[in-house]
Design a protein around this ligand. Structure first.
Ligand code: NAD
Length: 458
């Protein structure tokens, strides 16, 4: 059983014992309802798989595996990104789709969970080839997609250019039907939302900052008067400078790094960042704006040598890519790929706080091991929901053809995330569950209630 399924099952077990949850369900009927819930939440509703036939510019014709998984739509249309990466596989897409179901439920976003994937390395393909792949993806899955059915967005390796192409293809396949809400993460000129590109990274940093500033200030007595070891860890950071390391310097990682660099609430220093090639380290703090500029000018990659660092105007030691994980820092923000902290490296982790900007970057065993050691892991479904929250705002704006200012978008984003944090954090510091378990319990409770009211638990 993978980590997601296991924690969903644990949440269901806890809920089954809670007499205040749907008290009218008793005895065998209650047991049957929970069996139904377990089967619904542990399996996707649909797994669509196709092989896209693509003629490459060199004359070769390839078949590219493409997936669209629709996990659950109890709360609204399926929603989730499309990953362009050579390691994409069916199990991974299913797991990511189920995380989307839980994430939307946790933040009360009226969407279900879906995810897509293409087994390609977009860096090795020309613009023309990528354009054709995007068009064919929409064509192959067109019956399943749509503003009220399933709404994809960008993920690793894809961005607004791909969403613009896909929406255009959707529009030409279904002339005369609403199309702006068919894809989110589009460019602003094409009906995208201001702030969507920055939303996930901003939300990741907001979650961290909210815990160590706003919540710590406002709930000091809760944090200091309890025996909860996680609460003690947070309280110890009051007014203390914090050293941060951020793995991944793409859409999520670079924005989270910029937010940390510019933060006036905490005395943060981003001492390390990394990407697919290197880790850069400076114990006095890295110049993040200069690194962001460098990556924009260099196809997203960080400088890897003394010469390139000089071009970037940044002082740093160049370390191996993996080294970022083992640094002596206060917080490690994971914003690259999944399975970064595993059984084989979990003992080397020194950071007492881990923030999951990426989806599933800590494996099940590593999660248990680190949590038992008292490490606070701010889970993916809590921390990285900024993208889907602003995707929801983009979808709304597309329906209304009324567009919000960037200020309005960020204000709504932070309000939504604050609402979730305020409902989760006091419970977390008052019980013996991890933050991830608390988030899952809240998501599963919401989904179970809706499924019950919809008459699905037979
Ligand atoms: P991205 O493609 O923009 O950036 C990925 C970054 O990770 C790049 O800097 C890349 O060089 C780096 N990287 C790749 N392999 C690496 C490795 N082995 N070690 C270290 N770094 C590596 O992707 P993104 O949009 O920033 O997404 C990052 C993560 O966040 C993914 O798990 C994604 O699912 C998740 N996420 C993204 C969004 C979003 O809105 N973009 C929303 C929610 C979750």
């Amino acid at each position: 059983m993978n980590k997601t399924k296991q924690i969903v099952q644990n949440s269901l077990d806890a809920l089954m014992k809670d007499d205040t949850f749907i008290p009218e369900l008793t005895g065998e009927t209650r047991a049957q309802a929970f069996t139904s819930l377990a089967s619904i939440l542990s399996t996707p509703n649909h797994v669509h798989k196709s092989f896209l036939r693509i003629p490459l510019e060199n004359g070769q014709v390839v078949r590219i595996p493409a997936y669209r998984v629709q996990h659950n739509n109890a709360l609204g249309p399926y929603k989730g990104g499309i990953r362009f990466h050579e390691t994409v596989n069916e199990d991974e897409v299913i797991n990511l789709a189920s995380l989307m179901t839980l994430k939307n439920a946790l933040h009360d976003v009226p969407f279900g969970g879906g995810k897509g994937g293409l087994v390609i390395n977009p860096r090795t393909l020309s613009e023309k080839e990528l354009h054709l792949i995007c068009k064919k993806y929409v064509r192959y899955f067109s019956d399943s997609l749509g503003p009220d059915k399933d709404i994809p967005a960008p993920d690793v390796g894809s961005g607004e250019r791909e969403m613009d192409w896909m929406m255009a293809e959707y529009k030409s396949i279904r002339p005369g039907t609403p199309y702006r809400g068919s894809f989110t993460g589009k460019s602003v000129v094409n009906g995208g939302s201001l702030g969507r590109r920055e939303a996930t990274g901003k939300g990741v940093y907001f979650t961290f900052r909210y815990l160590f500033h706003d919540f710590l200030q406002n709930q000091k007595s809760l944090l200091t008067k309890t025996d909860n070891s996680y609460a003690k860890t947070v309280a110890e950071f009051e007014n203390k400078p914090m050293k941060l390391a951020i793995q991944g310097f793409g859409n999520v990682g670079s924005i989270a790094a910029l937010e940390a660099y510019q933060c006036t609430f905490l005395q943060n220093k981003v001492v390390a960042v990394s990407d697919r090639n290197v880790t850069l380290y400076n114990e006095d703090g890295l110049n993040i704006p200069s690194l962001v500029k460098y990556t924009k000018d260099n196809k997203g990659d960080l400088p890897v040598s003394a010469e390139e660092l000089a071009v970037a105007g940044v002082k740093a030691d160049v370390l191996n890519r993996e080294d970022i994980l083992y640094l002596n820092v206060d917080s490690l923000i994971l914003a690259a790929l999944e399975d970064q902290i595993r059984t084989d490296n979990m003992e080397k982790i020194k950071a007492p706080i881990i923030v999951e900007g990426a989806n599933a970057p800590v494996t099940k065993d590593a999660d248990e091991y680190l949590s038992q050691k008292g490490v606070i892991i701010i889970p993916d479904i809590l921390a990285n929901a900024g993208g889907v929250i602003v995707s929801y705002l983009e979808w709304l704006q597309g329906r209304e053809t009324q567009f919000y200012s960037e200020e309005e978008v960020f204000s709504q984003l932070f309000k939504k995330m604050k609402g979730t944090l305020d409902s989760i954090l006091p419970v977390f510091f008052g019980d013996s569950f991890t933050l991830r378990q608390n988030c899952y319990i809240q998501s599963v409770t919401r989904l179970s209630t809706v499924l019950y009211r919809q008459g699905k638990l037979y």
